[in-house]
Design a binder for this molecule. Sequence first.
Ligand code: GDP
Ligand code: MN
Length: 378
Amino acid sequence: MKIHEYQAKSLFWEYGIPTTTDIVVSSPEEAAQAAETLGLPVVLKAQVHVGGRGKAGGVKVVSKPEDVAPTAEAILGLTIKDLPVRKLLIASAAEIRKEVYLSLLIDRGASKVVFIGCADGGVEIEETAKKSPEKILRFEVASKSLGGLTREECLPFATRLLPDPKNADEAAGIMVTMARMFIERDCSLIEINPLIVDGSGSVLALDAKVLLDDNALFRHPENLEFAKVETDGEDAKSNSNGLSFVQLDGQIGCMVNGAGLAMATMDIVKHFGGSPANFLDVGGSSDPRKVVGGFQLILADKNVKVIFLNIFGGITRCDDIVKGILEAREQFDVTVPIVIRLAGTNEEEGRRLLQGTDMIIAQSLEQGARKAVEIGKN
Ligand code: GDP
Ligand code: MN
């Protein structure tokens, strides 16, 4: 799961990875106010889920108060790699003496976590990796040892990035903190590009990119908050219905009871070559209205070609869920096929209610997923 720079930086603040002071805004007026609060110069940064914002005109340093609002307006009007800019980060601008690249990520091939560094930071690291692979530094850590990583262990690597002893020591401290945050928050990437030495000689993170492991969502319900701001206002709707909804970009609308099962459903859809259009947990209760609300969210997405319902009845009663589906079909013009797998409490009742409809009843999760993927491909 991608999170925004401002969200990543809020984690940096929490953990004590030094970065600039900032305020998130969504209008030129708020931008001007934020700049006044922070003091000029400030940097205005588009909050979109892509790199290379600088090159696309999404990062601008502003020194005059009268320039803040117009610059904010211009950036808010941008679409960067197809993503409209809705939020800006206003940060105290730093004086850059040196820019380097530092990240911590999972090397699945090596079954290790690895720090990647490059003394040429700021630029796109992929380019450097292609043109001058020898400049890319690696420091592998066995994942078991990550939690106990010490400053001393990090120092040789940090020194290759930032040879000045004071800077190297600060960078080593940042690496130890990154390791702790990586484990505690179940990150799959923490990338700082650039990590800089500022005008006063201090090392700090000027940019922040963090990926959170979706498979660990069950132990970080707070991470869903990060995702919610992404869903074009859908989040507000889903909140009021007591649903957990995250918009994705596939074709298969998924509706499931329980977050863990919802994730497993997405996994199995992917396993059979499909692509989920959303994460949707309708919760553990049997309220048919939630199912109706879920349909509303899924049907708002024009990419959806099929809806796959995976219901495991425990406290949830299958027949109540089916009542919700029938109600939704009355309320909305459901033109896409529905594949449904029912198991558990009142399964038989549920199946009976489905008789005579054109919904496709799957006998197993696997069969249902295969069917949904097959329909989704057409
Ligand atoms: P990205 O292009 O999406 O990676 O966005 P970054 O946050 O990395 O910003 C791109 C570039 O803008 C950086 O490499 C810096 O050169 C420049 N930049 C960003 N923030 C500041 C700042 O506070 N001061 C100065 N002088 N330049 C900045
Ligand atoms: Mn960057």
